[in-house]
Design a binder for this molecule. Sequence first.
Ligand code: FES
Ligand SMILES: [Fe+2]
Length: 426
Amino acid sequence: MLSKADNQLLTQTDSGTPMGDLFRRYWIPVANSEELIADGKPQRIRLLGEDLVAFRDTKGDVGLVDERCPHRGTSLYYGINDGCGLRCMYHGWKFDTNGDCVEIPSEEEDGKFRKSIKLKNYPIQEAGGVIWTYMGPAEAEPPLPDFHWLGLSRENKLIERVWQECNYAQAMENDLDFVHAAFLHRAHGEQELTSEGVLSSDLGIDPDHPLVKNPPVKQAVQDTNYGKRCVAVGIGNETENAFMEIHYIFPFYTYPPRFAGEDGMWHAFIPRDDNSTWVWDVQFSHDREIDVQAQHDRRGLTLDEDLRKYKNLENEYDQDRLLQKEGNFTGIRGIANQDHAATETMGPIVDRSIERLGTSDLPVIQMRRLLLRQVKAFQKDQEPMQLENASLRTLLSEGLYDDNQKTWQEAFPLKERFEKKKEVKS
Ligand code: FES
Ligand SMILES: [Fe+2]
């Protein structure tokens, strides 16, 4: 449970809000590299309540600029992308990827007026098949976080960006919730999986998988140098327990639980605005090509051009009551659809002042606390938490089976390189 004031602090991310300004101090995935082609159609991308346009110019450079033309406000999304710039369709003003105005056809060429025109733009880096931006003050720009999957070859990854119709915080809370898998994602029968490494079918997760078999009742959360490590212990088989982990990487990235042999998964929850989120899903395999079709099928999302779901709240996610009796717990096909249904039906911003949290909500509570503690310190001019690339590079979710007589600390300790350094009090 949170006070109404803390709920507001947690969920509001427009420019000028405390959480919005804190989030602007971290690198944000904007679009899949393949979404933008040189001199191709620009993309309209709302981020943290700001209406932006992304385009790739003739040279291949990417610009992320204000959607609104500085002349009289026409949308640059409709503009002409060629000759190393984006030209407004109204009076032909043209801008490059740095937001500099390079041509005003109706003005004298001398450039004084033209040079005084600047289109808001944000820096871009491209890495791992993703276009990233940083929306904070230039002097505080951190290095791009070097997530493990960035270095894998393109064939080993499926990268998907989806528009989710709720606030980022409740979408992200779902990812730190071990217990929901045993219900929301439970398939009633054994699942025939089409490919090695794939966790589930579109019905859900096999009832015998440790994530589903018994909802883990033992959970712990540890402070780390990237955020929080959430650990759960479930029943594996007669002699072994399944030890699972979720990594919460401050402030909006996660690695959900995975076991050896399963494809890895990374998520990011980027506020589109306060009522909607860009949810990023990267499925990756370490040593083989990813089965893109199998991963798409199990996630079960069908998206329109704007990356919104065809199955949604309006059509009740195509819930099938017979399937609910016979096929899976929800009657909804697709793991990702199931997650979206659970979090979107809460309403766009859930009222955390009336919720009733149990012991199973420990990771959610800890994540909120860290965010609120950091944002309150940030309001008092303290620098926010820095991510360390030496640590991120090797971070993954690595569930394992071990003797059920062992404690989780014995079987599944935190690796030393992820330990949080003790704060030195002066
Ligand atoms: S409004 Fe864009 S050029 Fe006039
Ligand atoms: Fe889920």
